[in-house]
Design a protein around this ligand. Structure first.
Ligand SMILES: CC(C)(COP(=O)(O)OP(=O)(O)OC[C@H]1O[C@@H](n2cnc3c(N)ncnc32)[C@H](O)[C@@H]1OP(=O)(O)O)[C@@H](O)C(=O)NCCC(=O)NCCS
Length: 178
């Protein structure tokens, strides 16, 4: 599937809250470990995206969306820009999600590549992320050059009540100092 990747500002994101909420709900309903548990409450996704709008307004977040040929949002990813004085070279990749109907067509990989370009342009050269151990996302991250730092057991709760391990990854992008 050919997609266009866009970086959205706060106002554009506010206009896309419904589409982004549908994407988050689709991921959670299909078992993704992205901070929420099914069934999501009616307004839970919208409330979350409004916090992203606020972070975009503050300038501490980068939000990407992938649009299909018809302009529909089929994927998204974020970069949370660390704000502490000793961490302004750092950013966390979060909420990488592709709609279940659009998966396995390279959209996740494209989102990660473009997110990395945004990080580099902002001088964010140490990138971190975490994801549930064993999820397909791990394969995506290692494919695009991320390194496993370690695994923390009992990190996040799953829909069935279990506490699952999370894998913590990092990537030093060009210009980053080890
Ligand atoms: C993880 C996710 C974003 C991948 O998106 P995607 O667009 O399907 O990924 P891509 O098509 O770019 O796949 C890139 C690589 O990841 C791996 N991969 C992705 N999905 C896979 C699957 N279902 N089975 C095996 N490998 C898979 C493969 O190595 C793949 O490369 P290949 O197709 O050349 O073999 C998507 O599955 C998703 O939204 N999952 C739910 C949300 C989530 O868990 N996000 C991560 C939390 S931080």
């Amino acid at each position: 599937m050919r997609v266009v990747i866009e970086s959205l500002g706060a106002e554009e994101t506010a206009r896309e809250v419904e589409a982004l909420s549908a994407l988050l709900e689709d991921a959670v309903e299909h078992g993704a470990s992205v901070g929420f548990l099914p069934p999501m409450a009616a307004d839970e996704a919208r409330v979350y995206w409004r916090t992203v709008v606020a972070a975009l307004r503050e300038g501490t977040r980068v939000l990407l969306v992938a649009r299909d040929a018809a302009g529909a949002v089929v994927g998204t990813a974020q970069l949370d820009l660390a704000t502490r004085p000793n961490a302004r070279h750092r950013a966390e990749v979060m909420k990488v999600m592709v709609h279940t109907k659009a998966r396995r067509q390279g959209i996740g990989r494209t989102l990660m590549r473009v997110l990395e370009e945004h990080a580099r342009r902002r001088g964010r050269t140490t990138l971190v992320l975490d994801t549930r151990r064993g999820d397909h996302a791990e394969r995506l991250y290692t494919d695009v050059g991320w390194t496993l730092a370690g695994v923390i057991p009992t990190y996040a709760r799953s829909a069935d009540g279990r506490l699952d391990p999370s894998a913590f990854y990092y990537k030093l992008v060009e210009g980053g100092t080890p």
